[in-house]
Design a protein around this ligand. Structure first.
Ligand code: ATP
Ligand code: HSE
Length: 320
């Protein structure tokens, strides 16, 4: 479960007094998620999500994340809207952590992803990229190409213990990407972690996009590459080209890809697989036994990385 920081009733009451939301009627820790502490707070004016930002979030980035959610919500994207206090501020401190409240979004994330979900995702992702266009703030991707080598170095010594030969395989994959990483592609605001558990559906339509805490300014097509990894593989590791085709077609109906973006999909997809493999590997080897939050399986992403390294042509992703 992801409640790293507990809050007392007194602290919560004092916190809520600073917002025009009335008093708390209940407050429950949310088990899902691995990064931050999240609470569902029922207030006299309705439900809100209270987040206490934990280790991987740099407090200096919070104005970007909160400003971005506000910018996107203002442009009609169904994403959480930060709640401002009586003093106008959305961000303050609770139980020693930076904390903010955002609007509660109804819906459930898809436990079994279908091609229909991928279709809706593709459209929403393109709309997110368009809507992010006018956002004035910038944030470098803290988990981009240049950050993978230092992250790898921090866990390389444990890699072969997770899987024999993993260290050499990751080193080679990283060197290949460092040599051929695409340059000059269109950039803008990307979500950078748009996994199924960050997309809510209600009656088969998207009702919410959440968790903007990796969002940054980077190559737009890299966001598609993240989604191809997170949405288009089956449980046993096979790539589902029908899902990818639906995702890409729906994306392109709203934002057509250039030839350069299409050609770049294989290395971008390798990079996205490597990014999640490395953060998962890092967590895998640094999480003590018996910790409350179970780390996610890095091997899932090794299989995905291998698949993308075998792709010679973006047609493999269902592009015509
Ligand atoms: N605005 C929201 N409306 C409704 N539920 C929300 C909202 N934000 C978060 N949640 C709930 O909290 C859970 C965890 O949120 P979130 O994904 O942001 O956490 P996290 O710790 O950053 O997780 P991770 O990065 O591992 O996905 C979600 O799965 C959802 O159940
Ligand atoms: N979506 C990430 C975890 C949160 O960043 C993963 O599945 O590894």
């Amino acid at each position: 479960m992801a409640v790293y920081t507990e809050i007392s009733d007194e602290d919560l009451d004092a916190f809520l007094e600073q917002y025009p939301v009335g008093r708390a009627l209940s407050c429950k820790g949310i088990a899902e998620g691995v990064e931050n502490s999240n609470y569902l707070v029922q207030t006299e004016t309705g439900p809100l999500i209270l987040t206490l930002y934990e280790k991987r979030v740099n407090p200096d980035d919070l104005p970007f994340f909160l400003g971005l959610m506000e910018h996107l919500a203002d442009r009609g994207l169904p994403c959480p809207l930060p709640v401002h206090g009586h003093d106008g501020r959305a961000l303050r401190t609770l139980a020693g952590r930076p904390a903010a409240m955002v609007s509660f979004l109804a819906g459930m994330w898809p436990r079994r992803v279908t091609p229909h979900h991928c279709d809706r995702l593709g459209g929403a992702l393109a709309r997110l990229h368009h809507a992010g266009g006018g956002f004035a703030m910038r944030r470098r991707n803290a988990l981009g190409l240049e950050d993978w080598r230092p992250l790898f170095d921090r866990c390389a010594g444990h890699a072969d213990g997770v899987h024999p030969g993993l260290r050499a395989e990751l080193d080679t994959a990283l060197m290949d990407l460092e040599a051929c990483w695409p340059a000059g592609l269109p950039e803008g605001v990307i979500h950078a972690d748009l996994f199924p558990d960050n997309v809510f559906f209600l009656r088969n339509e998207i009702s919410g996009l959440i968790d903007f805490y990796f969002a940054c300014t980077d190559v737009l097509a890299y966001d598609i590459a993240v989604c191809l990894n997170a949405w288009c593989f089956e449980g046993r590791g096979e790539f589902n080209v029908t899902k990818a085709r639906r995702l890409l077609a729906a994306y392109q109906a709203e934002r057509p890809l250039s030839d350069a973006e299409m050609a770049a999909l294989p290395p971008l997809a390798q990079g996205a697989a490597l990014r999640f493999l490395l953060t998962r590997l890092y967590d895998w080897v640094n999480t003590p036994d018996g910790a409350l939050v179970r780390p996610k399986d890095p091997m899932e992403y090794l299989h995905k990385l291998r698949f993308h390294r075998g792709v010679k042509d973006p047609g493999a992703y269902g592009l015509a």
